[in-house]
Design a protein around this ligand. Structure first.
Ligand code: ZN
Length: 258
């Protein structure tokens, strides 16, 4: 179990003990608290891990549990944390909400004196959202941007056209209002614009590689993965295949429109 780590004036990280090839060091559970206030807001309780959730519950009087998206490494522990704290659960996906309405685009929320803005960022998953913690010039990115490497477009729920739009939206925000990214996995990032530019460039490069693989005779998604992701650890190939399927769908859509 990691010790709580204060990262900005209002955001403290508690690392969940679920490291892995997809989760990096583990899921970052973020506790948001206005200085001097006991109540707090929990972003992404993480997996159903009793000791981790007890540690989160001990961080103060939890007033609300908020999910960046519904993937189990972020959301699975939500109901147990609600049992421990009595806090309501909210997310973009209504099906994940308990005792609170679903998050809406560009909503400004204030709970326990913490204020944040919800930004819809579908792509990694259809229900992905990011949160602007304006007072700290920080952006909580969930799995839309990771602390290391790049993320998966989890096709068919995640779609590449959405993801590219979302990255562009975050880039515009980062240009004006954001100094630090607080991701769902991995370390915090202090060059938001550089990171988002890298993500956008990386996606375009991968698209070019997929186009080239198809032109070169690649027959299906698996074949594209073998050719394009040769430099990536094979344990990540199933995830890469989902991203490739998202890219193939995107390329087909572009073709249909032209
Ligand atoms: Zn995810």
């Amino acid at each position: 179990m990691g010790a709580p780590e204060r990262v900005t004036a209002r955001a403290t990280r508690l690392l969940a003990p679920n490291p892995g090839p997809m989760t990096l060091d583990g899921t970052n559970t973020w506790i948001l608290r206005e200085p001097g206030v006991d109540g707090c807001v929990v972003i992404d309780p993480g997996p159903l891990h009793e000791e981790h959730l007890a540690g989160v519950a001990a961080m103060g009087s939890v007033q609300l549990i908020v999910l960046t998206h519904g993937h189990p490494d972020h959301a699975e522990g939500a109901l147990r944390l609600r049992e421990l704290t009595g806090a309501a659960v909210t997310a973009r996906d209504e099906a994940l909400c308990v005792g609170a309405p679903a998050l809406r685009p560009d909503d400004v929320s204030q709970v326990a004196s913490v204020e944040w803005l919800t930004v819809l960022t579908p792509g990694h998953s259809s229900d992905s959202v990011c949160f602007v913690l304006g007072a700290d010039r920080a952006l909580l990115t969930g799995d839309t941007v990771l602390g290391r490497g790049t993320t998966v477009v989890a096709h068919p729920d995640g779609r590449l056209a959405d993801y590219l739009d979302s990255l562009q939206r975050l880039r515009d925000l980062a240009d004006q209002d954001i100094d630090v990214l607080l991701p769902g996995h991995g370390p915090t990032l202090s060059d938001p614009l550089g990171v988002l530019d890298y993500y956008l460039t990386h996606r375009q490069e991968r698209l070019e590689q997929v186009r080239a693989a198809l032109a070169d005779g690649a027959v299906d998604a698996k074949d594209v993965v073998r050719r394009v992701y040769a430099d990536v650890d094979q344990v990540l190939w199933p995830a890469a295949e989902r991203s490739v399927r998202a890219q193939l769908e995107y390329l087909e859509d572009v073709q249909d429109r032209s």
